[in-house]
Write a protein that binds this ligand. Structure first.
Ligand code: KIV
Ligand code: ZN
Length: 391
C-alpha cells in the first residue's frame, strides 16, 4: 500500500503566540513564517485577524509574503470575524478560513447558553458564509475531545454540507486518552455522511502530556492533517509539538505515513521560535532540547562511542543537530574521558588514562560538568603530562 501524506498545519503564530509572554511583533512573525516555509509546512495559521489591528496586519503581511503554503486565519462562527479574516487573507495565494464553534455540553450550556440544534445551525451558517470568500474552509468543533461522538458526527455532517474542506477535531482541554481520541476519529470516518469530501484534522492540547500520542492515534485512525506548534508552545501546557509528530512518523516507516517536512530544518526552526518568543526550550525536550542528543552516564557514553545506535534512535543530523554530545560529569567513564581528550588534542595510553581519570573524578565531583578548558587543566596538572602525545 502506498504511503499517505499527513498535512502539517502549523499554528505557532496563532495558538502558540496567544500565550502570555510569547507575543511576537509583525516583523518577528514574518521571519518565522519564512522559516516555516523552508521547513515545508503545508498550512500556516497566521493569526486571529479580528482579535486586534496588529494581528490583522500581521496576517495580511504573511498572506502577501508566503509563496507555497496555505495561509489560514482563525474566526469564531461570527459573520464579522469571517469578513475581517477574508480581508486579511485577500492577497494569499492559497487562503483558508478556519471557523467554528464549541460543541461539548459545557460549551453549549455555559459559553453559548444555547442548545444542540442551534449550534448545528450556527456551524452550518458560518461555513456557508466563509465559502462566499474562499474555497478552502476548515471547520473546528471546539472541545470535540469532550463532545459525544454521535452529536459530533451530526455537527461534522452539517459543516460538510455547507462546504467545509477540513474538519478539525480539537481536544481543546487535552483530556482524551490516545485510544479514545483515535476511536473518535475512526467513528467520524465511519459515521459522517459525505466524509470523503473533507479531511479530518487533529488539534490536541497537552494538559496531560498526551498531545503527541493523541495526534498520532488520530493519524493512525484516518486523520490526514495534524495541527501543531514548534516546541509545542501553546495555551496552558501547550499544543502538539510539530517536531515530535513529524519524527514519530519518520522513525516509524511501517506507519505508512509521511510529511513534507524538511527535518534537517527542525532544530534551526526551534531555536528561531524560542529566541523570538523569549522562551527557553526545556533541556530534555524531545528532538530539539539541549540534552536530546547528549549522553552523560558512563554506560551510555561507552555504548555511543562504540556505535551511536546503541542509545540513539535518531541521527542528530536528520534534525539539524551537528553531532551527539558526550557530556563529562562525575558519572562518566574512562571511554568518555579518552574520547573528549582526543577531541581536544590528547592521545592517552591506557596507563595515562588511568592516572588522568583519578584527577578527573576528583574535579568532576566538585563541578556539575567538565568542559574542554577543564580537560586541558586536568591533563596539564597530571604527573604524566610530559609523556602524553599531543596532536
Ligand atoms: O484548541 C482549540 O480548540 C482551538 C480551536 C480554536 C481550533 O485552538
Ligand atoms: Zn488550540
Amino acid at each position: 500500500m502506498a504511503a499517505e501524506q499527513i498535512q502539517i498545519f502549523d499554528t505557532t503564530l496563532r495558538d502558540g503566540e496567544q500565550v502570555p509572554g510569547c507575543k511576537l511583533n509583525k516583523e518577528q512573525k514574518l521571519i518565522i513564517a519564512e522559516q516555516l516555509e523552508h521547513l515545508g509546512v503545508d498550512v500556516i495559521e497566521a493569526g486571529f485577524p479580528v482579535s486586534s489591528p496588529g494581528d490583522f496586519d500581521a496576517v495580511a503581511a504573511i498572506a502577501s509574503q508566503v509563496k507555497n503554503a496555505t495561509v489560514c486565519g482563525l474566526t469564531r462562527a461570527v459573520e464579522n470575524d469571517i469578513d475581517v479574516a477574508a480581508a486579511a487573507l485577500k492577497t494569499a495565494k492559497k487562503p483558508r478560513i478556519h471557523t467554528g464553534i464549541g460543541t461539548s455540553e459545557s460549551h453549549i450550556k455555559f459559553k453559548f447558553n444555547s442548545n444542540k440544534e442551534a449550534i448545528i445551525e450556527r456551524a452550518y451558517k458560518a461555513v456557508a458564509y466563509a465559502k462566499k470568500y474562499v474555497e478552502d474552509v476548515e471547520f473546528y468543533a471546539e472541545d470535540a475531545g469532550r463532545t459525544e461522538n454521535e452529536y459530533l458526527a451530526r455537527v461534522c455532517e452539517a459543516a460538510i454540507k455547507a462546504g467545509a474542506t477540513v474538519l478539525n477535531i480539537p481536544d481543546t482541554t487535552g483530556y482524551c486518552l490516545p485510544e479514545e481520541y483515535g476511536a473518535k476519529i475512526k467513528y467520524l470516518k465511519e459515521h459522517v455522511d459525505g466524509i470523503d469530501k473533507a479531511i479530518l484534522s487533529c488539534h490536541c492540547h497537552n494538559d496531560l502530556g498526551l498531545a503527541t500520542a493523541n495526534s498520532i492515534a488520530g493519524a493512525i485512525n484516518g486523520a490526514r492533517q495534524i495541527e501543531c506548534t514548534i516546541n509545542g508552545v501553546g495555551e496552558r501546557a501547550g499544543n502538539t509539538a510539530l517536531e515530535e509528530v513529524v519524527m514519530v512518523m519518520k522513525q516509524h516507516p511501517n506507519m505508512n505515513l509521511f510529511t513534507n517536512i524538511q527535518t534537517q530544518q527542525l532544530y534551526r526552526t526551534s531555536q528561531l521560535v524560542s529566541e523570538h518568543m523569549g522562551v527557553n526550550t526545556q533541556p530534555n525536550k524531545a528532538i530539539v532540547g539541549a540534552n536530546a542528543f547528549a549522553h552523560s552516564s558512563g554506560i551510555h557514553q561507552d555504548g555511543v562511542i562504540k556505535n551511536r545506535q546503541t542509545y540513539e534512535i535518531i541521527d542528530p543530523k536528520d534534525v539539524g543537530v551537528t553531532e551527539s554530545a558526550i557530556v563529562l560529569t562525575a558519572r562518566s567513564g574512562r571511554a568518555a574521558l579518552a574520547y573528549r581528550a582526543k577531541l581536544v588534542g590528547y592521545e592517552l595510553t591506557k596507563l595515562q588514562l588511568d592516572e588522568v581519570y583519578q584527577s578527573f573524578l576528583t574535579f568532576a565531583d566538585r563541578q556539575k560538568e567538565v568542559h574542554d578548558d577543564d580537560i586541558h587543566r586536568i591533563i596539564e596538572a597530571s604527573k604524566v603530562y610530559s609523556e602524553i602525545v599531543i596532536n
